[in-house]
Write a new protein. Sequence first.
Length: 765
Amino acid sequence: MRRASITAGKRTAKRTANGLFLFLIIAAARVWGAGPVFDFHSPASADDAAAGAAMRDLAARLVPVYQDPDPDRYLANLSVLQMVAGNYSAAYESRRTLRDRRRRADAGRPVGREVILDMYARAKAMEADNEPVPFAEGFTQAYQDVVPQLNDQDAYKVTQWLEASPAAYRYTLQKSFDQQRAEDSIGQSEAVALIRAYLSFDAYRSFAPIVAPLDAAEDRRRYAVDDQILIKTPDGASISALLVRPKSLSKPLPTLLEFTIYDSKNYAKECAAHGYVGVVAYTRGTHERPRNVVPYQHDGDDARAVVNWIAKQPWSDGRVGMYGDGYSGFTPWAAAKRLPPALKAIATSATTAPGVDVPMAGNVFQNSAYRWSSYVTNGKTADESTYYDDALWHALDQKWYVSGSRYRDLGSLHGKPNPIFIRWLNHPSYDRYWQEMVPYREEFARINIPVLTMTGYYAGSEPGALYYFTQHHRYNPRADHTLMIGPYDDALMQRGPLATLQGYQVDSAALVDLRELRYQWFDHVFKGGTLPPLLKSRVNYELMGANEWRHAPSLDAMAKGSLKFYLDATASGDGYRLTQRRNAKAAFIRQTVNLADRKDAGWTPSTDLISSSLATHNDVMFVSDPLAKPTELNGLFSGRLDFTVNKMDMDLNLILFERLAGGDYIRLFSPTCEIRASYARDRVHRHLLRAGERQELTFTSERMTSRKLQQGSRLVMVLGINKRPDREINYGTGNDVSEETIADGSIPIKIRWHNDSYIEVPIRR
């Protein structure tokens, strides 16, 4: 369901699948020294014929003067310049010399993306020969001389690279042209980077029409595919499934299974390329016409039926590993609630935990749950584009917000009531309805198989992933459950880590091939392979700001101590002070929020992870003194809020920042930590506040982070009341929040935050 809140499913994968490659293309263009400067006027469009002429001219001027002290980098970049300059024979010879030089160093290594340029250079050289060969024929010959000789895993990589859309490369080239347009000259290193970007676009648009039939023929040679499988469940339902097996391995193999609600891109062939049987099974009703999907409720039983079916097949060695992200990260846990004997390992990312992080966060329902549930339960083709229409859903958020209607009326205002969404609203507590979907309490103790959980400090699904991890270790102290976490968002597995995430420059150490790491982990479990060093402990985390990975036996062991910061009532700049000593003089901060005010209907929170200022909204900001020395903040923060409020409930938001000495703010995690006060003590049972009385609320964040805070930086906490168009609004009557209306907010919420309040952050100095 994470697709709903961040819209990072198919659309994100399509738009950003090549992001890391594009970054590497430009990074590979680094050259020695500043070099000469060339006159250059940026073309208007990547598609113009003039763009090709301009880039040929620039490359031709650069070839005679280009130099680099690194021989391999020199040859790699020289071949690119020669190709764009039109000297394809010379380019092919440069690449052949490079391959000869690298032959010994590359022996035994996986194939690299440069093989694409090798094939392209050869095809263009054949086209430019005295006895020319048409490009399509030359590229086909180059492909057939390279790809069939590769092992399954390397061939899979190459075919995936070749199938990438030219549009992504066009986007990068156009962006480079636009950035250069204001200049009338270009330096050598920038010119090489720009020429590489142009060559990537030009090459991909040249061979894009050719590769599909070549890849299809290669797949038929390597894999046995069955996409017409129907598996019967004990209650008579039919589960559709897809199977891919490597033809090169005739013995029974372990199977990797994804059980998903999405009928979209799958990784069954990738599993087969890694020496497994790849199976993808679909939630009941997904392939029916019309669709009849009920999210979450049947998936545990149905996934167990698929696992049991796999174990009986002649191509199976009786062992199954389940993997997935988002919704398909939930289904392995649903299956493990009553562990089938053949299920031997689980590896998930962006792991959804229904009732914990979806359809609510901190027991606060989110409008994205209505959007997503409408999408997956309605099979009309038009709903695909409707689901991705952000403007439409933003308009619905504002329509509901301005109307002041019950939260239950959200579907009626859209004109499409949704019984699944209403069913969820009927269960605001983590009651038996949610408990039946995944392991609960002592049921975790019976899960004695290896588990790998991957998540990110900036993933909306982080609370769900940490829920499974902490509950598993709580009820099974010997659980073989490994956590890997870093500066990632929910698309960490779909398109890999980004070098720049929402404006934040990610440490290079975090730019890991996470899907390949997952296969290495499965190889360790099923094939006796070496455990990847990055996963050598129970908790493996990237220390942001230090550019290094750390390892700890538990979440608590990430830190050696803690710092307690009190919410002082002394004003400081735009907010108040965070102090390490409690003020001996009792005081409090007054906060008033008019829950019936709708003048802020157009407000949306910033999603940038780094910003030059903070614009608070129904919030109070607290700022610490500058840190005297660098300090590592590692793990889950906690706190105690001492307050008086005139309502019987309220929804809180908490977020932590590092404010650098230069003034920029860096989010330590995202999204904001949300807490419905009446569930802070216990997500299962609601405990209402005592209106008008001084009371305390203790909490432990469901979001963790790790960052090396710089000397001179300040810790900033923003504490506020939830009041936004894309969330359920708690008016504080103590009744069912989904039944409350704007009339229940006629009296503003008034809070006194007493200066006994504090937060406690885990640190390692």
